[in-house]
Design a protein around this ligand. Structure first.
Ligand code: SF4
Length: 437
């Protein structure tokens, strides 16, 4: 098979893996002309300092021996199949790199023959790149659960980042939808990578071997293919961050690609808003010092589609507000909608020099239209606001947003309306116009 056809097939197969943020462009330029672009192959990822890097994103093979129900590459699907050789992936990476198209490689793989054999092929590819080609660029590679520990370790010394995909948020769903995978083997490579990194961090600098997974590990969970609640997904993410010190958990709205009685119908829209809420909750876990049980609970297990998780938390805990920005601690400031880690630090710095006034907050990076309902400044609140969580909810949601969300909600999950319902919204809007008059 010709190499460009392989790239087409294997870059297309890799697009469902989001454990590096990805995007693709397609324009109408004639094929072969300068500037013609293809959606396949190159994705963008973001470094911890916010830089955007381009990666060549490929699957080593899509000829999988497993039959996961949710996956386009499962063995029972009739799709074009292809497999690279290690030399081909190494050559491609170098060619793309030398032409300045990419800064690194994201290499994943389906299972060919068995998990050890697949891992050996990935190792061989990375060895050619690192030792024969002298490639020092960024490499993100998949660790294959169930592979021999020595192979995982060898891969870890060659790659910058590794990821082990959790795929589904519970063992029960895994057993049902990924019958060939061992749910108990899934977390083993994560544990091994964490332990090895810790062990190496204790070795004196002079004796340190080559760096081991220096950019840490990440994972991906598919959202909406199985029935787990948002609360259980956020809890799993919290545990993964704590136990395995993961750099990122990625959430991927399930795109129905297979007709299967165990999965949502093929016509179902991917739950994109739910995915968005999960990313917002993930930020609350990582940067805002929230716990999963504060964001959601057993009683309210799913996100409110109308409000982001932080605003939702604030209105549910309105007894803790208003918070006075002149005296609040950093932790308290982080709880206020419209204030992020940067603006919280700006407030702490500014108030060392002068007494704050509400009009100063915008300059310090506070999003006033969100924060105004939850703050006071030296005892003064924004005039004209009503001290009522329900009024605040309806003020935070614009009518246009409401219409869009109503549409999205009717297409997805009715049961997510935990805090809010249409009747209540309209009553609040009526109340609001009464107050305005
Ligand atoms: S192991 Fe499962 S999820 Fe991975 S490529 Fe094969 S069928 Fe798809």
């Amino acid at each position: 098979m010709d190499l460009s056809r392989k790239i087409e097939i294997l870059a297309e197969s890799a697009k469902y893996d989001v454990s590096c943020s990805s995007s693709g462009v397609m324009n109408n330029t004639r094929q072969g002309a300068i500037g013609s672009t293809s959606a396949a192959g190159i994705c963008h990822s973001f470094t911890s300092d916010g830089r955007c890097v381009s990666l060549l994103k490929l699957l080593f093979t899509n000829a999988c021996i497993f039959d996961c129900h949710y996956c386009i590459n499962r063995k029972s699907n009739s799709i074009p199949r292809a497999t690279f050789t290690p030399q081909e992936v190494a050559d491609l990476t170098m060619d793309f790199y030398m032409r300045n198209y990419i800064e690194g490689l994201f290499l994943s793989s389906a299972i060919i023959k068995n998990v050890d054999y697949t891992s050996e092929l990935l190792i061989k590819t990375l060895k050619i790149l690192r030792y024969e080609k002298g490639f020092k660029g960024y490499i993100h590679v998949k660790a294959i659960p169930g592979a021999d520990e020595n192979l995982i370790e060898e891969l870890g010394f060659l790659a910058d980042r590794m990821s082990v995909n959790v795929e589904l948020p519970s063992r029960e769903s895994l057993k049902l939808l990924a019958p060939d995978k061992d749910p108990f083997a899934l977390y083993k490579p994560m544990k091994q990578i964490t332990h090895k990194k810790k062990e190496l961090s204790q070795v004196p600098t002079l004796r340190k071997p080559a760096s081991f997974v220096p950019a840490g590990q990440s994972t991906q969970m598919i959202i909406g293919a199985s029935p787990e609640s948002d609360h259980s997904i956020v809890k799993i993410a919290e545990n993964l961050y704590k136990q395995y010190e993961l750099k990122r958990v990625y959430y991927s709205a399930y795109i129905p690609v297979n007709k299967d009685s165990l999965l949502p119908a093929i016509t179902t829209e991917p739950p994109l808003l739910r995915e968005h809420r999960l990313y917002q909750a993930d930020w609350l876990l990582r940067f805002y010092h929230f716990s999963a049980d504060e964001i959601l609970s057993e009683n309210k297990p799913n996100f409110n589609l109308y409000l982001d998780p932080k605003a939702n938390w604030a209105v549910q805990n309105y007894d803790q507000f208003p918070i006075d920005v002149q005296t609040a601690s950093y932790e308290q400031l982080l709880r206020i909608p419209g204030i992020g880690p940067k603006s919280a630090l700006n407030i702490l710095k500014a108030r060392k020099y002068y007494r704050l006034h509400l009009s100063d907050l915008k300059k310090l990076g506070v999003v006033i239209k969100r924060a105004q309902y939850f703050i006071s400044c030296n005892g003064a609140c924004q005039p004209g606001l009503v001290n009522d969580p329900e009024w605040i909810i309806s003020s935070l949601i614009s009518s246009r947003q409401y219409e869009t969300l109503k549409k999205v909600n009717s297409q997805s999950r009715q049961e997510q309306l935990s805090l809010f319902d249409v009747e209540r919204f309209e009553t609040n809007k009526r109340k609001e116009s009464r107050y305005a008059n």
